[in-house]
Structure formats: structure tokens, C-alpha cells
Design a protein around this ligand. Structure first.
Ligand code: ADP
Ligand code: MG
Length: 250
């Protein structure tokens, strides 16, 4: 599904990613962990097509298609979803209406007709039931006065509605409380399928008490320095990131 080869990226004259290799297959959940400043959010932004970063070498492809020349919207239309760490508030636009527009834009970009209102309602009902989201929430203004947990609920609802091939959830520094963690974890566990792939980025091991990743990667100083199974997350929790630092500097 996602294939990243020897990715190097910079901002200004500072190199942030220094040769990332990552293969994510359909049906898999990958966790990317690492200390602050390692380049985790940068990697997520670059996969989604953020133009503030310059890719200086390497390739990113989705189902064999090179993404490098595509704008962020085009990548989204091809099924790349990135959660926003700092979501925008849109007064007067409800959670549901925002979703309607997003879905129809994606359909249009893929040469499909708008989804009939009746079908849309049905999907909204199904997905909100699946994720235990109540109706009142769906009619609220997007992100306006949302708590941390509500922002996460909205994000997971968007992911459920858009059914991305590749979902990247950047949960780094947002100081998630336990409720928010559960919402994210529950959503990921319910939305995981053999047709999609999910990459969860997190600084803390705690989220991985609820989501069981198939693979864990440690990003340090712009490189993936360790990969393993879920036990790697526990090992990191135990030994801390100093363990990685010492190994790298030895
Ligand atoms: N827009 C930017 N301008 C300047 N430096 C940046 C920018 N974005 C990221 N960086 C730098 O790149 C490095 C990696 O940042 P980031 O990807 O946010 O790390 P992480 O998400 O792992 O904490 C940091 O040293 C950070 O200061
Ligand atoms: Mg980050």
C-alpha cells in the first residue's frame, strides 16, 4: 500500500528526514514512536503532501503510484488521510455538513456523482452508531469549543466517513486525556480492515495499550533506527528514549 524509499527532506537548509524506508501493507497497523523533534510530524506532513517541506531525495508511493507530484487534495482524493493536530474551527458549519462536502468532493475527483442525500444519511447513521457518536454532536459547529476528546471524536468520524486507504494519525504532543485516547483507540480498532492501513504516530506508549500495532518503528534524528513488533513499544516504555540515544551515539 504505502512504500517509502530513502526519503530525505529539508526545511530551509535544515535536513529533517535523513533516509526513511517504510513499507506498510493493507490490513496493517504501524506505530511510529520517537522523542520530540525526531521528525515524526514532518514525515506525516510530507506523506500528505505539505508543501513547506522540500523532498530532496527518495520516493513515496501508494499502491504503486508515485505521489511526489500530487497536491495535498489530490493525495486525499486517492485515499490518504491525515489527522490534524491543530484543527480549524468553522462556525456555522456542522460536523455533518462538513463531511457531506468532503465526501462529495472526493467522489467528484474520482469521477463519481454526488452521493444521494438518502444514502448519505444512511452512511452517517451507520458510522455514528459504530463509533457511538450521538446526534447532537453531529449538528455542532465544526471544532467550535470542542474539548480534546471531541476533536478526536470528530477526527475519527471523518476517517470513518472517508474510508481512506491510508490513515495517518499524529497523536504526538496533544496531551490526550484517557477519554480521548480511548476514542482514538476504539475508532482505530473498529475501522481497521484488510483494505486499509493505519499509521499511528505517538510519543507515548500509553496509546498502544489500547491499539495493538503489528509493527513499531522508532524514529530518531530523521531516521528509523529500530523496527519490531508490539514488544518494542513496551521495551521503549521501560528503558526510555535515552536507550535509543545511547545506542545511536555509541
Ligand atoms: N516548519 C518548520 N520550520 C523549522 N523547523 C521545523 C519545522 N517543522 C519541523 N521543524 C524541525 O524539524 C525537526 C522535527 O520536527 P517534528 O517533525 O515536528 O518532530 P516530532 O513530530 O518528532 O516531534 C525539529 O527539529 C523541528 O524543530
Ligand atoms: Mg510531532
Amino acid at each position: 500500500m504505502l512504500s517509502i524509499k530513502n526519503l530525505h527532506a529539508s526545511i530551509g537548509d535544515k535536513e529533517i528526514l535523513k533516509g526513511i524506508n517504510l513499507e506498510v501493507k493493507a490490513g496493517e497497523i504501524h506505530a511510529i514512536m520517537g522523542p520530540n523533534g525526531a521528525g515524526k510530524s514532518t514525515l506525516a506532513s510530507i506523506i500528505a503532501g505539505n508543501e513547506n517541506y522540500e523532498v530532496t531525495a527518495g520516493e513515496i508511493s501508494l499502491d504503486g503510484e508515485d505521489l511526489s507530484e500530487l497536491a495535498p487534495e489530490e493525495r486525499a482524493h486517492k485515499g490518504v488521510f491525515l489527522s490534524f493536530q491543530y484543527p480549524v474551527e468553522i462556525p456555522g458549519v456542522s460536523v455533518t455538513n462538513f463531511m457531506r462536502t468532503a465526501i462529495n468532493e472526493t467522489r467528484k475527483a474520482n469521477g463519481l456523482e454526488e452521493m444521494p442525500a438518502k444514502d448519505m444519511l444512511k452512511v452517517i447513521r451507520e458510522k455514528s452508531e459504530l463509533l457511538e457518536i450521538d446526534r447532537k454532536f453531529l449538528s455542532r459547529s465544526l471544532n467550535e469549543g470542542f474539548s480534546g476528546g471531541e476533536k478526536k471524536r470528530n477526527e475519527i468520524f471523518q476517517m470513518a466517513m472517508l474510508e481512506p486507504k491510508l490513515a495517518i494519525l499524529d497523536e504526538t504532543d496533544s496531551g490526550l486525556d484517557i477519554d480521548a485516547l480511548r476514542i482514538v483507540a476504539n475508532g482505530v480498532n473498529k475501522l481497521k480492515s484488510d483494505k486499509n492501513a493505519i499509521v499511528v504516530i505517538t510519543h507515548y506508549q500509553r496509546l498502544l495499550d489500547y491499539i495493538v500495532p503489528d509493527f513499531v518503528h522508532v524514529l530518531y534524528n530523521g531516521k528509523i533506527v529500530k523496527s519490531g513488533g508490539k514488544e518494542l513499544a513496551h521495551e521503549l516504555e521501560e528503558k526510555g528514549y535515552d536507550w535509543i540515544k545511547q545506542e545511536q551515539e555509541a
